[in-house]
Design a protein. Structure first.
Length: 345
């Protein structure tokens, strides 16, 4: 990198930090698609992602993936020249990977803190949060084991929660990676409905103690916002104008209806990557923090998609450019596009 490029990058990084209090704030979720380290952990089934495994997951490939994640998060920051306040992620193996991400040169100026707990998932992949301590004042965190009542021994990713204040207002953030559609959508649907009910119950219990708390639920739900797991399990409404006090709102339903997606399968687009908010983040007073539409957009939700994140040719042309197809390394980013919302006054 020549001196001119270095100066330009430093100027941009400094400008992002200088605008640390610029509103609206961004809240992001991104499925990182199997971001493992290269070390074989005997406690989990991670052999596939080791140098000796079928994917030949080497340090060079790890570093490529790390650079890719840095690029995406920095470009999300560049949208309004402000680092996201909260970032939820899924499919990350451990804290070491998370620490590597936040230490990358383009993300280090944000000084992200990490909330992460190891979950009982068989392959060892977890959910986690990055947050900016200069904006989000963390008061507590807790990893809650996912419960499927009819499957008492079922093990999957935890529901990770953290709570605190932004601009003096109470917030509860939750991130989860719901059970997959393995065995078919309908046959596995009861699992996702159960997790939706559990997350709703957790949020409602906090609201009983702090009635004004603003709740943001995010994750890879393995279902669209119009599916029963979200409309019935989580109990989210799909239209902002229909919200009543105490309701939950799924802003990505309107984007799905308009043909947008975060991942593709069989030439059909889905929005499995969801952010759901409580009604008070839509209808609160003018001087309070609320969800906002991006300039020129008719949607409350946003999907981050850039040309470098898209497969350019072949069978999966137009799909997200992923890290692997089978055991073939693609050098891509993820099989999902990230999503984000704005919160401001």
């Amino acid at each position: 990198m020549n001196r001119k490029c270095i100066f330009a990058f430093l100027f941009f990084a400094i400008s992002l930090t200088a605008y640390a209090q610029t509103k609206p704030y961004k809240v992001v979720f991104y499925n990182l698609e199997n971001f493992f380290d290269t070390v074989n952990d005997p406690e989990v089934l991670d052999d596939e992602f080791t140098p000796e495994g079928p994917k030949k997951w080497t340090q060079d490939k790890y570093d490529k993936k790390l650079h890719n994640m840095e690029r995406v998060f920095f470009d999300i920051a560049a949208v309004n020249k402000d680092y996201p306040v909260v970032i939820g992620v899924s499919e990350v193996e451990n804290r070491n990977v998370l620490e590597d991400i936040v230490a990358t040169p383009k993300l280090a100026p944000a000084n992200y803190r990490i909330v992460h707990h190891d979950s009982p998932e068989a392959r060892g992949v977890d959910v986690a949060f990055f947050y900016r301590a200069d904006v989000f004042k963390l008061e507590g965190e807790k990893a809650i084991r996912t419960v499927i009542p009819s499957l008492p021994n079922f093990k999957t990713r935890d529901i990770l929660t953290m709570w605190g204040k932004i601009d003096g207002e109470d917030f509860l953030f939750m991130v989860a990676h719901w059970p997959s559609r393995l065995g078919g959508k309908e046959a596995s649907e009861y699992k996702r409905i159960a997790v939706g009910k559990q997350m709703r119950s957790i949020a409602d219990s906090v609201k009983q103690i702090r009635p004004d708390v603003k709740v943001v639920l995010m994750g890879d739900f393995n279902d669209d916002p119009t599916d029963p797991s979200i409309t019935q399990g989580l109990g989210a409404k799909l239209k902002a104008k229909e919200l009543r006090k105490g309701d939950y709102y799924a802003p990505y339903a309107s984007m799905l209806k308009a043909g947008y997606g975060t991942l593709a399968y069989g030439d059909a687009w889905n929005i499995f990557d969801n952010i759901v908010v409580t009604e008070n983040l839509v209808n609160d007073a003018k001087d309070k923090l609320k969800i906002q539409k991006a300039p020129g957009s008719k949607f409350y939700g946003n999907i981050f998609k850039r040309h470098y994140m898209v497969q350019k040719e072949g069978q999966y042309k137009g799909y997200p450019l992923r890290t692997y197809v089978g055991n073939n390394f693609q050098g891509g980013y993820s099989d999902h596009f990230p999503v984000y919302i704005y919160i401001g006054k």
